[in-house]
Design a protein around this ligand. Structure first.
Ligand SMILES: Cc1cc2nc3c(=O)[nH]c(=O)nc-3n(C[C@H](O)[C@H](O)[C@H](O)COP(=O)(O)OP(=O)(O)OC[C@H]3O[C@@H](n4cnc5c(N)ncnc54)[C@H](O)[C@@H]3O)c2cc1C
Length: 272
């Protein structure tokens, strides 16, 4: 590891000031992606600004119709949270499937979505639950947040404060994990939301996206049969050492079918 300056601000204003003063500075959350990237010399920030002591970025709150989760909340905290398990059980289950215990105790919600790794789990939940991302500058709708591989709508100096996940009647997440890292080769989340059934896919494309063909079919009839004839176009999907684009296209439908079956067994939640 090469030399860099390390800062531990306790307020957001201080963190932003440090970023403004140092051209090559970067925020660090749990370091689960940033530190390996630095070790591989793919990033070489002059200054690391640790977000962990900034109180406004932490915590899980039930706001009645939604669960609001601070950006610095670790995956293990989401998985174990009574508020999340009661309000949006699928979100706790998803968080509990991320990586291994070490990753879940260091990795954060904000770091995960700021990174927009194509194989990350949270983006599927953000899109299917129609979540809202609150930053220090604005609120960003789920559909506007993920722009591409490792690319989001965030400006370089923008900090994610929290994510608000609306509660929904019921939801299910089916993931085909990479057996080594547990990242999603493909993950599909279905959510029966206030604005209708939403279907989001992660792992398959350059970033998480809504699978609108499957979504329309399931809106008409939420059954396995309704989607068994759907062929997902592999042209825009990822192909790598883990899976070809065609295999991922096939997995999208298989995971969607598994999610439909899971959804059928979920007791619908009565709205607040
Ligand atoms: C072995 C391994 C297995 C993994 N398996 C999975 C998996 O199965 N599923 C999954 O979803 N993920 C997986 N991950 C990813 C992990 O869950 C982390 O969420 C991810 O690595 C980001 O790490 P972090 O939260 O520590 O953020 P960092 O690495 O600290 O930061 C990542 C990026 O986000 C920026 N950032 C951080 N916080 C904010 C903020 N509040 N506002 C703006 N920008 C911010 C940083 O500047 C940096 O550019 C895995 C990681 C590892 C190392």
């Amino acid at each position: 590891m090469y030399n860099f300056n390390y800062h531990r601000p306790t307020t957001l204003a201080e963190a932003k000031q440090l970023l403004a003063e140092n051209d090559e500075a970067k925020f660090i959350a749990g370091g689960m992606t940033l530190l390996p990237t630095m070790k591989m010399r793919l990033a070489s920030p002059s200054d690391l600004i640790d977000l962990s002591q900034i109180e406004v970025l932490s915590g899980i709150r039930d706001t009645g119709n939604a669960i609001e989760i601070g950006a610095m909340t670790r995956h293990a905290e989401v998985a174990a949270s009574d508020l999340v398990r009661a309000g949006i059980p699928v979100l706790a289950e998803l968080a509990g499937q991320i990586g291994d215990a070490q990753v879940r105790h260091r990795g954060t919600l904000g770091g995960s979505i700021a990174n927009s790794d194509p194989a990350a789990d949270y983006p599927a939940a953000i899109l299917s639950l129609d979540a809202v991302i609150t930053t220090d500058q604005r609120e960003i709708a789920a559909d506007d947040f993920f722009l591409g591989m490792f690319e989001t709508a965030l400006a370089v100096d923008e900090v994610i404060i929290s994510v608000t996940f609306p509660k929904c009647a019921r939801a299910a997440y089916a993931k085909f994990p990479n057996p080594a890292s547990r990242y999603a080769v493909v993950g599909v989340m279905l959510a029966d939301t206030a604005v209708g059934l939403r279907v989001a896919v992660t792992g398959a494309g350059p970033c998480a996206y809504r699978e609108t063909d499957i979504e329309s079919a399931l809106q008409a009839s939420c059954t396995v049969d309704a989607i068994s004839e759907i062929a997902v176009d592999s042209a825009e999907l990822n192909s790598d050492m883990h899976a070809s684009a065609d295999y991922r296209a096939h997995l999208v439908v298989v995971m969607a079918r598994r999610a439909v079956l899971q959804l059928a067994s979920v007791e619908p939640r009565v709205s607040a």
